[in-house]
Write a new protein. Structure first.
Length: 185
């Protein structure tokens, strides 16, 4: 019996989600879009998935003081710009709680595409510091937006670096995205 490509994608996503370490904190509170109702990708969603890639540079910016639960730490705010598939040249605003052990929790953000459409996302992740270099990996869930991303869903992994000496930053995203307009030119 031969499996269809959408079925294989759903199987891969299911296996990957079950293999994840569930010890990292996650948020159940509201994000800019409600990600608690996304659930697993259905075969119909998987059939409309398209590749998503983005690269951007970023910097930490001042934001309103927002405590990170009972950790005694405050949310970190970041902004950046870059280029991505389905976005063109974009800006991005995001924030997260940096917790003990390098854990990134309750991450949330929004891409603003070249045409002004918004793509919302939530994430968790992990940072590692070696000397003057910080590396991070984040696991992202897309959660709607506006325009062509109004009902977008999907997932991505982000790999990034921060050079504490030069201040150079970079983040690369790779994943899949489903949106009403994703297959339109």
């Amino acid at each position: 019996m031969r499996a269809s490509a959408p079925s294989l994608l759903v199987l891969c996503v299911t296996v990957a989600s079950l293999a994840c370490d569930r010890t990292a904190p996650t948020s159940t509170g509201p994000v800019q879009a409600d990600v608690t109702e996304l659930g697993a990708l259905s075969a119909q969603d998987a059939s409309s998935m398209v590749p998503f890639k983005a690269r951007y540079t970023f910097r930490t910016v001042p934001g309103t003081v927002e405590p990170c639960g009972t950790s005694g730490r405050n949310r970190t705010f970041v902004e950046g710009e870059g280029n991505g598939t389905h976005l063109g040249h974009f800006t991005v605003n995001l924030s997260q709680c940096g917790l003990a052990g390098g854990v990134l929790a309750d991450g949330r953000g929004t891409f603003v595409a070249a045409n002004g459409d918004l793509l919302h996302f939530a994430y968790t992740g992990q940072t590692t510091r070696i000397g003057t270099l910080i590396t991070f990996v984040s696991f992202v869930t897309f959660a709607g937006g506006s325009g062509r991303f109004e009902e977008a869903s999907g997932e991505a992994t982000t790999l990034g670096t921060i050079d504490l000496v030069t201040g150079a930053t970079a983040a690369d995203w790779e994943g899949v995205l489903s949106s009403v307009g994703s297959n339109n030119p």
